[in-house]
Design a protein around this ligand. Structure first.
Ligand code: FHN
Length: 435
């Protein structure tokens, strides 16, 4: 690419970035490559809230349990069956290429041996050891990218202004604010030096401004230690990608990079009373929508206080794994698919735009799929993960018209996947669409 081309690409990245989440920084598109290709990540909410099986941090903030009673959970957090090797095996087999572990939620309980204060699982729980390091080690040895979640707000810290919904510690106190900031920045630096995550997943930034958090300084500190580290959007404008939560975008987001974070049931952490799990079929449909709009899915699990992963969650991960391993070519490294109106379902495109993947939930009632507006000659149509060549016919394509015809693809029921099938169209070149 010549110099003008390079400048143009940088400008495009900048435009795409600033459009989203009020981003105030330039994102290096090179460092985002693995993230854009990965498509599936696993979120892990693990903390003392799993002991009672209640809302992480929010349960005391909202007054559903007193703070002292919430903190009594420290005594029950054993991690006795924590097997990071098993966790990573499940994550890898699900088809995820990265995972994000909560190192500290809004309750302030650190999952590692922090030198800043003693509110951590090593000093205050029967677990008695660092729980982050072994996970990071296993992830790296399996070639997966490591994401670490850190809540910038800390409702337990004596110098943080907010305690509960009803009780504030102070409104304006520069000295306490400075003490909190050095604690906060100290912990972030500690994580950076100890574990050097590939991705930082900040949370809780909504309570204060970028200036209050020292967000610019946090970003600089992280990137000084690892220039390739990716930072999510929740740092008051100092992040690299958008993080819609529990809400599927209806239209393709403007942000070049985004990730939907979503629970499997209705809870982030383990809650024995929550059995409202989405089915594997529903999760795969949601994942397909993310893929089709060029985003990733960060699918959450909530291990128990002993470190075991509930069976319902294991089952969803395993079913995802069956599906992702069969349909990998339509998932990893692909780009957003067709704009609305061309095909009534999700779709993706290979990075070189010569393969179009049509996703099909269930079976077509009359055995046919319809596709509009694709101008290319189609060299072959086949079922992904199965290889069966499919027949098709083209209509509304008179010899005198330059407009693309209507394609009807025959899909016999016996080639369909139990969940979502994917049909690949091998094009004669880069995808060209009629308006
Ligand atoms: O308050 C948290 C919530 O507990 C959970 O951690 C989610 C995950 O994205 N984030 C926050 C709300 O945005």
């Amino acid at each position: 690419m010549n110099k003008a081309g390079v400048l143009f690409s940088i400008a495009l990245v900048l435009i795409a970035s600033t459009g989203l989440s009020g981003q105030k920084v330039e994102t290096d598109s090179k460092k985002m490559e693995w993230f854009g290709d990965a498509r599936l990540g696993i979120f892990i909410h693990w903390g003392i809230y799993a002991v009672n099986g209640i809302d992480e941090s929010w349960s005391f903030y909202n007054g559903y349990i007193s703070y002292p009673d919430y903190m009594k959970q420290l005594d029950g957090f054993t991690a006795e069956n924590y097997d990071p090797g098993r966790w990573v095996e499940l994550i890898k087999n699900s088809g995820a290429r990265y995972a994000v572990l909560t190192t500290k939620h809004h309750d302030g309980v650190a999952l590692w041996d922090s030198d800043y204060g003693d509110l951590n699982v090593v000093d205050r729980t029967p677990a008695g050891r660092d729980l982050v390091g072994p996970f990071v080690k296993e992830m790296r040895s399996e070639g997966l990218k490591v994401g670490l979640y850190y809540s910038v707000l800390d409702w337990s810290h004596p110098d943080y202004p907010n305690f509960t919904k009803e009780e504030k510690r102070y409104e304006d106190d520069p000295e306490r604010k400075a003490r909190f900031r050095s604690f906060n920045h100290g912990q972030i630096e500690e994580i950076s030096k100890k574990y050097n995550p590939d991705l930082w997943w900040f949370d809780g930034d909504w309570e204060q401004s970028a200036e209050w958090w020292g967000a610019r300084e946090i970003r600089e500190m992280i990137l000084d230690n690892n220039a390739d580290a990716i930072i999510n959007s929740r740092l008051q404008g100092y992040g690299d990608y958008a993080t819609p939560e529990q809400g599927m975008p209806v239209k393709r987001p403007e942000d070049e990079y985004w990730e939907l974070c979503m629970t499997m049931n209705d809870s982030w952490g383990y809650q024995h009373n929550d059995s409202n799990y989405k089915s594997p079929s529903q999760v795969i449909k949601i994942f397909s929508e993310c893929l089709s709009m060029g985003g990733n899915l960060l699918l959450d699990i909530g291990p128990r206080a002993d470190g075991s992963i509930p069976e319902e969650q294991v089952e969803i991960l395993e079913e995802m794994g069956q599906w992702t391993s069969k349909h990998g070519e339509a998932i990893y490294g692909t780009r957003a698919g067709l704009p609305p109106g061309y095909y009534y379902g999700p779709s993706t495109l290979s990075a070189d735009s010569t393969r179009l993947y049509l996703f099909m939930h269930g079976r077509p009632a009359d055995g046919q799929l319809m596709l509009e507006g694709v101008k290319n000659k189609i060299n072959r149509i086949y079922v992904v993960g199965n290889g069966t060549k499919l027949e098709y016919s083209e209509y509304l394509k008179p010899y005198w018209s330059n407009h693309a015809g209507l394609i009807f693809i025959d899909v016999p029921g016996n080639v369909c996947d139990e969940y979502t099938s994917v049909i690949c169209l091998l094009l004669d070149g880069k995808l060209e669409l009629s308006e």
